[in-house]
Design a protein around this ligand. Structure first.
Ligand code: ADP
Ligand code: MG
Length: 255
């Protein structure tokens, strides 16, 4: 049986998508059968895994709408063990409401995760920012969760709320485990960023935080622009190595 790992954060732009793509790729590189699912209607995973072409590929939204079958929209990637389920046809903001309602009301999301797990997949889920219904439905069906926290002033301001949402989810889903809060975009040589990291480590209980932090690197920015996970494009980069170590740590836990 595989398991579902959700990447969630109340804030946008903190590295959720980058983390989802790179952890999924790193797990796949370790030989784990991995399915990366984009539940964010913004659909950014598509760009990060090099599927930005003009045609909008079908994905989760189309499965939820009942117009496509799961096996027809799960895409192969250059990594043999990595498959992706993109957000699909929810490009228009006006469609987001229907999509949200489908996630909230239909048992399909849970069934889809269950099917992938039964086939031995680790399902890594990229989510939209905020504490909305999509994030809550994902947590209801996940066994693991990681919260990226960008190393910037006021980083901790929204952390209590996301931790509360995770705690609330465990009431109905006792399987859910918070693997950790992951500091992201820590800038070497930037005093503010370093001070924030130190402050976060001081304030949060040690068991809540990964010892490993993700540095802000040029290679990460280049990889994103090139539509590739940094762990594949620049495996020697410090951020790539940090993601590899996180994947190594998670691997035995994601039974
Ligand atoms: N370690 C990193 N180093 C440099 N840039 C990064 C790093 N992680 C993320 N970014 C950049 O920060 C921006 C936001 O990251 P993203 O993963 O899209 O966040 P989110 O999904 O939380 O909105 C993107 O432009 C991404 O390329
Ligand atoms: Mg994102």
């Amino acid at each position: 049986m595989g398991s579902v790992l959700a990447i969630v954060s109340q804030k946008g732009g903190v590295g959720k998508t980058t983390t989802a793509i790179n952890i999924a790729s790193a797990l796949a590189r370790r030989g784990r059968k991995t399915l990366l699912v984009d539940v964010d209607p913004q659909g950014a995973v598509r760009h990060g895994v090099g599927l930005s072409g003009t045609a909008h590929p079908a994905g989760l939204a189309d499965v939820l709408a009942g117009t496509h079958e799961l096996q027809d929209v799960v895409l192969a990637t250059p990594l043999p063990w990595l498959r992706v389920l993109l957000a699909g046809s929810v490009a228009e903001a006006t469609e987001h409401e229907t999509y949200q309602a489908q996630i909230a009301d239909s048992p399909k999301l849970g069934e889809l995760f269950q099917r992938a797990r039964a086939r031995g997949y680790i399902v890594v889920v990229d989510t939209p920012p905020g504490l909305g219904v999509i994030m809550r439905r994902v947590l209801a069906h996940s066994q693991h969760v990681i919260v990226p926290l960008q190393s910037e002033p006021l980083a901790l301001q929204t952390t209590t709320q996301i931790l509360r949402a995770i705690r609330e989810a465990t009431v109905t889903n006792p399987e859910l485990v918070l693997d950790g809060i992951l500091l992201t975009m820590v800038e070497e040589g930037n005093e503010v960023s370093q001070r924030v990291s130190a402050y976060v480590r001081e304030q949060l209980p040690r068991e809540l935080l990964f010892d490993e932090a993700i540095p802000r690197t040029m290679a990460s920015i280049d990889a994103f622009a090139a539509g590739q996970p940094v762990v594949l494009r620049s495996p020697d980069d410090a951020a790539a190595k940090a993601y590899e170590r996180i994947a190594e740590l998670l691997d035995p836990k994601l039974a």
